[in-house]
Write a protein of this length. Sequence first.
Length: 394
Amino acid sequence: MSSAFTCLYCGKEKQQSESSLEHAIPQFMGGEYAPKIFQLPNVCKTCNNNLGLWVDASYAKSWFITNYLAEAARLLCTKSDDPGLPLRCMGRAQIPNLNVPDGHAAEHWIGPSGETVTWIRPHDERMDSYTGGNPIDTKKKPSVAYFFPVSESPEKHALGLRSFHRALDKRKARKILCAELRDTNGAAVNPKIWGFDSPTPDEETDRDVIRAAIHAGNIPVQLSVNTKFDQRFMCKLALGIGYSLFGEECLSHTTAAEARKGVWPASDGTKSAIRGTSTLFAGDTPFAKVAGYPGAVAIIVMKTGPSWSMCVSIDEKLPFIIELGPGSMASQHVNPEEGYALLLFPYLENCVELTMAALIAHRLEVMKHPALEQIDAIRGAAAQFDAQLLATSS
């Protein structure tokens, strides 16, 4: 085995001791459950760490992606004791008289049944557009999250509670329940039994301030959006997917060089010449309906004119398209006539790999795909569960 390798992302020669296992498809998209061909050994630790924080997180924690992933998960939730749904971020909360320490921000989130969550967390100005802030800081630095239930329905309450705790898993957060717990005899119950902390006097004050804002129907929010949140990520994913499917041949063309320029923009402002259409400019085109799937992160690879191109969408929405290389590239994993499709379901910890032709045939009900039939059955059960929740009185 050679003692050196060329890093896929930076293109620099590195010693073998600097290599790290990289998921070409990030975990937030369901990459942990993707086929093993998408596990890459030829990525250096520096790229793995820096790109995870500044490129993957810039895309994953943008307001658009955070909320669309939450909506996609809801299409697959079938019961109240599921692991919990992602919360939806409304933006930075501007609540009068709320004590937000210097270097912190108050964020307003909504639970699956309308629960209000106010999270006062560390704020990093460099990541102003990241929902949830700097993911490293929130794991290490203390924060406080206030949870306001909205329903006495056992099903709604159980799902909201699980969703809240899941959202703060591995975060260094104090959890404050903003409701009284009582047993069947009316006696007060310690909130610790539900995983909450006893509030300090200052936290009691903040709790009352947030409650007053909720009752007044006045929680103004502010959104910070980076309109270029996806551009480096598109290039990084193109390199990872292209190499996983087409191997070294993918790196021998100018497209890969331009993708690297996009991942690591030049200091002189020179832009990558790679061809593609970013998320905010592609819009919710009809193509996303064809090259996507309800509840899925869809990665579609197919020939478009003289090139191989990749389309990525979430729940049939927010597509972006980027070139992978010339159509002359061959792959044992990709049918040149029928294309390639990978549907990832992070909430189900599952994926479905098939051809683009098979995906279209299933969607048109010309020829059903067994694995997608199982997903469709889950979606049907989730729709029934959601309808039951909506019908349940608060």
